[in-house]
Design a protein around this ligand. Structure first.
Ligand code: PRX
Length: 651
């Protein structure tokens, strides 16, 4: 990790938004003493909730076994995540309640009641079993935002198969690597999906990936696009509807151990290779369930909409497991916010009377730029709570969201968490917490969040590193196939503490302010990208000798990717080559990693030991005065680079 001084100037925020009385009166959680009570004995706090909130086949023998940094929760306990999301609801009047209200980008709609979802999940679970999937097997899912994505996840959970979802925007190569790392034997995908009115051919990408995935035995293909002709490999590829036809609608849920793996989800780390974050059944389900209930305050009659894609952790925890285990009605939308026009989201809120909306700051800033006319065209009065996730929300965007979307009546839950944490970690409790625009407020009850200095001492007021002391139920258990990486990455920087990779500050009132990543991970539009991954993609290109990728501040995306590239001898840095290199990165990783800027340079600024000084490159890209350059091998390089960069920006 590059040492980075963490300064924090904007602790001067004085605006305070206490919970509106009408909201507080009806909130699921009203007891301000909850923090104190939970802190007295966190394990007992979680155990009580596990007993009250989830259905177990067998109660655990022991709540927690903590052999740092490896934790086990609810040892000996048996349950099934799918049972908790479906079976327990279909045994009640909720069987006729909408579980998923779905709208496709072209405007087609589907509603699945809990009974519908239960039937489809049972059928797919039976079908997967018939195809030879057994408990513990990995199933890769590469699907768009269609109900089949939820059906596939829950079918896996039902039979104890481990799902590994790959975001639909990832490239064929990224898909291939993730399938192979997880040794998945089934892939579930679709022929395509709609995006901004066009068809994206997912199956083509999958076919490309599958050329180098020898372990995949069967591919199940959802027919989303009616008119597209796609190739189906005989013996390997099966249409979803064929698989479902005749499959038994009665496939009992497997009794899973609380510590059995529920899913793997790949995320970017500080090295070139994505890591498979492992979540297990009991603790993960408990964490997502309780946070959904308390942070989103979900009630029986709510219509809840989380705009995240199923391919990210937010989609896992807060489109599927949290809300469905609560028996909530979830809105799911396939497409983009600006199709056919920039008011599509607000149209959906009005049409379905959405009550709780959870989205990302980058989306809010995009809407801000489009202007208030779009939300003003719609009646958004059904909304009662707003959520934010993925990156720091700047006070200006917070205020805009509060005013123009929430009508100055809805509390905003700015939730800080990660793929690894499984559930919200720093978040307001909307019936209790007085909000400050831009602050994610406090650690969730029962989780010991802290801000520490360079050597791990707690900082009462000021900036430092965000850590979590001790285990929490929904924490990742390991990195798939690489426990050492788990230890090194999260538990070695500060002994005995989980290091989040984020900087944070605590103000005089104890509020936490997230300051972004302090490692080589950047956050573009709320998506984590490893600078190392981008660099290794670039040096694979025949023209590139060396590359240094950095995140630079961006008004809408939060951060944008800028890359400094040195070319091989005799190769000229033309505008065409810039385009080619951008396309190359997109093909290697996915469109989300396409750099905004590529800048050619004869040399990169390096320390005498040969380490690229990314900090200085950030200064250049953001047009700041250069920081300390005394450790540079050749200070001349940087001065010239700065001048040329500024020139290019101007021109
Ligand atoms: O830097 C933090 C940022 O997103 C990172 C986690 O990314 P990922 O695992 O992809 O999960 C995103 C959705 C949970 C964190 O290390 N981040 C997430 N939420 C916030 C945030 N930064 C500031 N404020 C947030 N609310």
């Amino acid at each position: 990790m590059e040492a980075k001084a963490i300064a924090f100037e904007s602790l001067r925020e004085e605006r305070l938004f206490p919970p509106p009385p009408a909201f507080a009166e009806q909130a699921n959680l009203r007891d301000p003493e909850i923090y104190k009570k939970a802190a007295q004995d966190p394990a007992a706090f979680w155990a009580k909730l596990a007993e009250e909130e989830l259905v177990w086949y067998r109660k655990w023998d022991k709540v927690l076994e903590w052999e740092p940094p490896f934790a086990k929760w609810f040892i000996g306990g048996k349950l099934n995540a799918c049972y908790n999301c479906l079976d327990r609801h279909v045994q009640t009047w909720r069987r006729n309640k909408a579980a998923i209200i779905w709208e496709g980008e072209p405007g087609d709609t589907r509603v699945l009641t809990y009974q519908d979802l239960f039937r489809e999940v049972n059928k797919l679970a039976s079908a997967l079993k018939k195809l030879g999937v057994v408990k513990g097997d990995r199933v890769a899912i590469y699907l768009p935002m269609i109900p089949e994505a939820v059906i596939a996840m829950l079918a896996c959970a039902r039979i104890g198969a481990v799902h590994s979802i790959v975001f639909g925007g990832f490239s064929a190569e990224a898909l291939r690597d993730r399938i192979n790392d997880a040794q998945a034997k089934i892939l579930i995908t679709a022929d395509g999906y709609y995006r901004r009115g066009a068809v994206v051919e997912a199956k083509k990408n999958a076919d490309q990936a599958l050329k180098e995935c020898p372990g995949v035995e069967k591919v199940i293909v959802v027919n989303r696009i009616l008119k597209t002709q796609i190739s189906m490999e005989p013996g390997r590829d099966l249409w979803w509807q064929e698989v479902m036809e005749g499959a038994s609608a009665d496939c009992p849920a497997e009794e899973m151990d609380a510590e059995d793996m529920l899913f793997i989800l790949y995320t970017s780390g500080t090295t070139g290779k994505p890591k498979g974050v492992v979540h297990t059944t009991g603790g993960y389900l408990l964490g997502t369930h309780v946070t959904t209930k308390w942070v989103f305050d979900l009630k029986e009659e709510d219509l809840y909409w989380c705009t995240a894609d199923i391919g990210w952790i937010t989609g896992h925890s807060y489109v599927v497991y949290g809300p469905l285990s609560l028996g909530a009605s979830v809105l799911m939308y396939e497409g983009t916010p600006d199709y056919p026009d920039r008011d599509r989201w607000w149209d959906l809120v009005e049409k379905y009377r959405v009550t709780v909306l959870y989205t990302a700051p980058t989306a809010i800033r995009t809407c801000m730029r489009w202007g208030t006319d779009y939300p003003a065209r719609h009646d958004l009065s059904s909304l009662r709570l707003l959520g934010s996730v993925g990156e720091p929300i700047n006070p200006e965007a917070w205020m805009w969201y509060y005013k123009y979307i929430g009508g100055e009546r809805c509390p905003i839950a700015d939730t800080w968490w990660q793929t690894e944490t499984g559930m919200h970690i720093v978040t307001p409790l909307p019936g209790i917490t007085a909000l400050k625009p831009g602050s994610a407020t406090f650690g969730f009850p029962g989780v010991e969040v802290d801000v520490v200095d360079d050597v791990g001492n707690s900082i009462k007021e000021g900036g430092g590193y965000l850590v979590i002391r001790g285990p929490w139920p929904s924490m990742l258990r390991t990195i798939y196939g690489d426990p050492q990486r788990y230890v090194d990455q999260y538990w070695s920087r500060f002994p005995g503490m989980y290091f989040t990779g984020d900087g944070a500050a605590r103000d005089k009132d104890g509020y936490l302010w997230l300051l972004g990543r302090v490692d080589d991970v950047i956050n573009v539009s709320g998506h984590r990208i490893s600078t190392m991954e981008v660099e290794s993609a670039l040096v694979e290109h025949p023209a590139v000798a060396e590359a240094a990728a950095i995140g630079k501040a961006h008004e809408v995306k939060g951060q944008a990717l800028a890359v400094f590239v040195t070319l091989k001898e005799g190769i000229k840095g033309t505008p065409e080559l810039v385009q080619e290199l951008k396309a190359h990165v997109a093909a290697k990783i996915g469109a989300l990693a396409r750099p905004d800027d590529i800048f050619f340079t004869a040399e990169l600024p390096k320390t005498r030991s040969g380490k690229i000084m990314r900090r200085l490159l950030r200064d250049i890209a953001e047009g700041r005065a250069l920081g300390d350059t005394t450790t540079l091998a050749d200070p001349g390089v940087i001065a010239e680079l700065k001048e040329r960069y500024a020139e290019e920006e101007r021109g």
